[in-house]
Design a protein around this ligand. Structure first.
Ligand SMILES: NC(=O)c1ccc[n+]([C@@H]2O[C@H](COP(=O)([O-])OP(=O)(O)OC[C@H]3O[C@@H](n4cnc5c(N)ncnc54)[C@H](O)[C@@H]3O)[C@@H](O)[C@H]2O)c1
Length: 269
């Protein structure tokens, strides 16, 4: 197993894509710090993960046969991020892989978009990547580790209603390229994954309603219509698909600066 003995931190890992990545890294042999809000949640337009989901995710990772630790952390709070990395070093003695996965979504027309919602999106999706990366860099530099940012196909093309969310994900792609150039000389690789469409809370609890307005149907029907409209391969992506890409990027010694679509052909390259 290529990642045996390595230590990974995954943010937003209580459920969805983050949990899938935590499990994938564990199956490849890494010990995993499973981090998420853990209850300290600010209100959002749909429910974010709670403390029980965080504990459950860590238990599932541990069941793979590696060490797992649940650490609550709001990625927008520098002091909590510092604590996350400090606890990781104290408990595991090293840090090799950081997955900046925590994220939120909100679609809406710019002309009516709420300022506080805009700020919160950029705080979580963009500032969170900066804070976690900044704190982890000195530790990653010790052994030449890697950072994997979860961007989106919405970081490669803009969509009506997506100015805020797409803006955050374009930012993540730019941050990925810049950090890859900056940190390469320290032996740190930085890559992004751009998932397509997955049936996580983002779609189930928000986007199905938004997309449903243009498709004239809601819920799973709207989701299926989106898959048919946007995904050339005609099928949704899964957390396991994204985990496979994360394990590849964690292993690939000569790959840095890429933003890899895992999207069934959506948005080309
Ligand atoms: N679902 C999709 O179709 C899709 C597509 C492309 C990209 N993405 C990206 O994948 C990532 C994971 O999203 P998901 O689809 O699994 O949705 P999700 O809502 O299930 O997972 C996001 C996780 O992030 C956590 N989180 C939110 N704010 C946080 C904060 N301030 N600090 C720490 N954790 C926080 C949530 O509690 C949740 O567990 C996000 O970055 C998202 O933008 C998702």
């Amino acid at each position: 197993m290529a990642l045996t003995g390595q230590v990974a931190v995954v943010t937003g890992a209580a459920r969805g894509i983050g949990k899938g990545i935590a499990l994938g890294l564990a199956q490849a042999g890494a010990h995993v710090v499973v981090s998420d809000l853990g209850g300290s949640t600010r209100p959002w337009s749909y429910r974010l993960a709670d403390r029980d989901e965080l504990a459950q995710a860590a238990a599932e990772v541990e069941a793979v046969g590696v060490r797992a630790l649940a650490v609550p952390c709001d990625v927008t709070q520098a002091s909590q991020v510092e604590q996350l990395i400090e606890v990781t070093r104290r408990e595991f003695g090293r840090l090799d892989i950081v997955v900046n996965n925590a994220g939120i979504v909100h679609f809406g027309q710019v002309a009516e978009f709420d300022e506080e919602t805009w700020t919160q999106l950029f705080d979580v999706n963009v500032k969170g990547v900066f804070l976690v990366s900044r704190t982890a860099i000195p530790h990653l530099a010790e052994r030449g580790g890697s950072i994997i940012n979860i961007a989106s196909v919405a970081g490669k093309r803009g969509y009506a209603g997506g100015a805020a969310y797409c803006g955050t994900k374009f930012a993540v792609v730019g941050i990925t390229q810049s950090m890859a150039a900056e940190l390469g000389p320290q032996g740190i690789r930085v890559n992004a994954i751009c998932p397509g469409i997955l049936a996580t809370a983002m779609w189930n609890d928000h986007l199905n309603d938004i997309m449903g307005q243009s498709f004239g149907k809601g819920g799973r029907e709207a989701f299926d219509a989106a898959i048919q409209q946007f995904i050339p391969l005609g099928r949704e992506q899964t957390a396991e698909d994204i985990a496979g890409a994360a394990v590849y990027l964690a292993e690939a010694p000569n790959v840095s600066g890429v933003s890899l679509n895992v999207a069934g052909g959506m948005e080309g390259g």
